[in-house]
Design a protein around this ligand. Structure first.
Ligand code: SF4
Length: 287
């Protein structure tokens, strides 16, 4: 076989494998940036470096063909069959049967880059039979240190709403985040990280089977509902996630960041909570 054709075939195979592995959450920190760029951009980056004088005559001519000349017809690269990435089952995270088993697999999870940086994963807490689940975006410093979701000042606010507003104990509901590991320096998490971690949240919800989910803030609402989300415009209305009623409302940290609107925001959150209570047939102080 022509060596250039063979090389193209090998690069095509590597791309297919990389796409498949990345789709199931593989995040290869050990692969250098130029290599990743080559895998993503293909022929736009020269495969073989030019010599010091830039003399291309030493390089096989086909390497210098423009990207447009490398059409599938012309390159006729042998195609591998598509990998069945959607059905890949990875050891240790295949359908744990209890929340305890799922938590164990989350604590040892390294499916995305965040697993390398976390001190502990923040799985979630509450009743395994909860009718109501509150979901935030990801753990912060207080959560990581305590291993508990909503452990900081915004968590106190949530606890007051549950206990004083709804007349429940915090242990009667379930509280968790979309992402289980705190991003380093609280940076925004990346798309592949949230997509990878969603498998844990989905299983968590499958095991709890709540009647209502309350998403706290834009990020949790967006990731759960799978669309861009404006809390100020879309909160207070019912949505659905896998057949479960979803009520998005403001994240309590938003109140802390906007003290001048505290009264107004608390009023709006309370409106949303009352809708949840009505759907669950709860009456304040009588539950
Ligand atoms: S963020 Fe989620 S997917 Fe990534 S390592 Fe932590 S538990 Fe695993």
């Amino acid at each position: 076989m022509d060596p250039v054709e063979e090389l193209r075939g090998i690069v095509g195979q590597i791309r297919d494998f990389m796409a498949a592995y990345m789709e199931v959450g593989f995040d290869p920190p050990e692969i250098s940036q130029p290599a990743l760029e080559y895998l993503e951009k293909g022929p736009e980056i020269p495969l073989i470096k030019e010599g010091p004088a830039g003399n291309k005559s030493d390089v096989p001519p086909a390497i210098h063909e423009s990207p447009s000349s490398l059409t599938p017809e012309k390159a006729s690269v042998p195609q591998l069959p598509s990998l069945p990435v959607k059905t890949v089952q990875l050891p240790g995270i295949s359908e744990p049967e209890t929340l305890e088993a799922l938590e164990q697999s989350v604590q040892s999870c390294r499916r995305c880059r965040l697993g390398k940086y976390r001190e502990t994963a923040v799985f979630g807490e509450g009743s395994s039979n909860a009718r109501l689940v509150f979901i935030g975006p990801c753990p912060g410093e207080s959560e990581e240190q305590s291993g508990r979701p909503f452990a900081g000042p915004d968590g106190e606010l949530l606890t007051r709403i549950i206990e004083k507003g709804m007349g429940l104990r915090r242990s009667d509901v379930y509280v968790c985040n979309v992402i289980k590991c705190r991003p380093p320096e609280d940076r925004d998490f990346r798309r592949n990280e949230v997509e990878t971690c969603m498998i844990h949240l989905k299983r968590q919800l499958d095991l709890i089977q709540p009647e209502v989910i309350c998403t706290l803030g834009r990020t949790a609402s967006k990731e759960l509902l799978g669309k861009e989300f404006k809390v100020s415009e879309e909160r207070g209305t019912w949505h659905s996630f896998r057949g479960i009623f979803v009520m998005p409302t403001f994240h309590h940290a938003y109140i802390l960041r906007n003290p001048s609107r505290e009264r107004q925001l608390k009023g709006l959150i309370w409106e949303d909570i009352q809708k949840i209570m009505k759907r669950l047939g709860l009456k304040k102080g009588k539950n």
